[in-house]
Structures are given as structure tokens and as C-alpha cells.
Design a protein around this ligand. Sequence first.
Ligand code: GMT
Length: 376
Amino acid sequence: MKIGITCYPTYGGSGAVATELGIELAQRGHEIHFISYAQPFRLPHFMERIYFHEVETARYPLFEHHNYSLALSAAMHETTLRHGLDLLHVHYAIPHATSAWIAKEMLGASHPLKIVTTLHGTDITLVGQERSWFDITKFSMGKSDGITAVSDYLKRETVDHFAIPADDIEVIYNFIDPRLYDRARHPCHKDALVRPGEMLVLHVSNFRPVKRIRDVVRIFERLNRSVPSRLVFVGDGPDRPLATAEAEALGISDRVIFLGKQDSVAELMACADLLLLPSESESFGLVALEAMASGTPVVATRAGGIPEVVEEGVTGHLGDIGDVETMASAAVDILSDPARWSRMSEDAKRIAVDRFAADTIVPQYERYYQRIIDGP
Ligand code: GMT
């Protein structure tokens, strides 16, 4: 198949999934055309059968705002015509599904292009439910030939809030490449980050309010009272100052390390002892899966799609949103008992590979594409 993929190319789970899907599909013989305003961050070098088409936004004094959505439609239209794409797979509904629909309308009957939209989370739970975005999100989903959601939870949210028929949404979970997320494969950087005998606790996110960054610091502070540890933050975003302030207020600044944005987190996951993800909402929690695949247990909230990824008591522990005490004592339980940690680490790896390996999930996308191309 010849497939166009559009995603947010910067840091974030939806861009990571879209890019890794494109790479996996190219390795399976498909021709992949990424169409976006920048090269996706997890597409670092030349790969056979992968092309990148940069969307240029025209500048003109009259245009006070960049017309990215229209420029994207034009690029989708041109790439489809020039390369004979069979299907556009857009990740994150707004504006990508809308732009794809415009491109399809421009092509008309001359080129029967199919559109698959993958919903990733905040496109439905936050952006799509803002009054001003609701109608266009619903409209654009309705114009897609196929819709996938990354968890049962996200499918339910979409059905409930947008009245999209349940049969129109296919759940296809996010995935990992088990060869990449592998503790044994990477050099251990633990000595560079923590002192001997200390535990390395990791949090990876875009530091948006939905991640409850202050809870990350509060859980860590309670854990650190009984298990000497350091908290390593990866990523950046609007709430980073809150993390700094909370660490200062709790007197643990010296135990918190900010590494900023990193292209690849596999090496860090592989030397972490625990991942914290106390989010308010999470459609899936890709970082939790990446941690599990690396043999790193997870302490997270029982929010959104997280319980579909993290199995309570087996691959980590779940607490209610904001229940810092419960999550901290779960973290202590895991890290103060080496036998328990080893069991969880092994189970986390096993479950991640058994349920969410690329070899299991990517063929689901291939079958879905074929179904959409063949039509009803
Ligand atoms: O976590 C974010 O805020 C980024 C967002 C994105 O669109 O990149 O992540 C969403 O998509 C990921 C990949 O499917 C999911 O693993 C995240 O759970 C989801 N985030 C939320 O639902 C908050």
C-alpha cells in the first residue's frame, strides 16, 4: 500500500506512535509518505520506502495567522496525486482529519483516496470537547472512512460525547518495538544520575496540567523518606516551573533532575527502577507501556485507559487521581522489596511484549487499512 501519514511531529505520544507505525509499515514493504510541518522526531535518518513532505505555509501580510490546515490540505492533495497514495492515516483529529477531508474533496472522483483517523486522547477529551471545537471535530470524524482509538476507554468517550456509532470505531492499541525497549540492550546510565544504592524514579511527559506534575513530586518526596532515590524528569512544558517550585517547597531540590526533551527514552527507561504517571487523564499512557517493556514497574492513576495497560499488582500499582499517599506507599512497597521488584519487572516486560508488541499490533492496522480500501 502507499500510505500518507500526518501527525504532530514534535514530542508527544501521538507523534511517536504515528512515526513508529510508519517505520514498521515501511519495513513490511509499504511505501510511507509523512506529511507534516517538520520531520517527525522519531524519524532520525534515511530509511527505505519512507519519504517526508514538509508542509510550507504561505506568508502574506494579510495572513495574520498561519494557514497551516489549508497548507496541509494542499500538501496532502499534491502528495496523493504525485505518489498515487491509497490512504491517508491522520493522527489526532484536529486539524488533521479536517485537512484530509478537504484534500479528498479536492481530488474528487478522479482519485478515490481513503482517510483513516486515529484518535489519541486530548483530541477527544480536551480539545474536541471545547465548545468551539466540538462541531468541527465531530464533522471531521464523520468524514473519515475509518476511525481508530488507542483504547476502549477512548472509544467509549468518543461514542458518549460525540454520538459516533460504536461500530464505526476500531480499537487498536499502541505498541512498542521489544528490541528497542529492552533493559539488556542498553548501556546503564544509572551511575551518572544517582548515587550508589539510590533508586532512579522516572517521569516522562509534556508537563501539561493533565499530567499533575505536582503529584509526581509529592509522591516522590514521600517515597524518598524511606527509600533513598532521585527523581529524573524527561520532557518539558508549561508546568515545569510548578515541579521546580514544589521540589523547593518540599526541600528536595537536590534530589530532582531535569533532563529536558530527549528524542529517545529507551536508554533511560532501561535504567529506571520505577515510572510515575499520576495523570488526571490518559487515553493510553504510551510511556507506561515503554517503561513496562523495559522491565520498569509503573505507579500510575486509575485514569482513562491506563488500567488497560498497567495491570494492578502485576506490572505496577494504580491509585485514584490525586491520592498521593496511596501511590507513594505503593512505590515504597515495590522499591523496598527486591524480590517483588524483580517479579514485577519480569511481568511488566512479558505483558508488554505479549499484548503490545509491534508484530501483534501493526498487522491490525494493515488489516484495517485493507478493509477500508476495499469498502463496505
Ligand atoms: O500525553 C499527551 O498529552 C500527548 C498526547 C499526544 O497527542 O501526543 O498523548 C496522547 O496520545 C498518546 C498516544 O496515543 C497516549 O499514550 C496518551 O495517553 C495521550 N494523552 C492523553 O490522553 C492525555
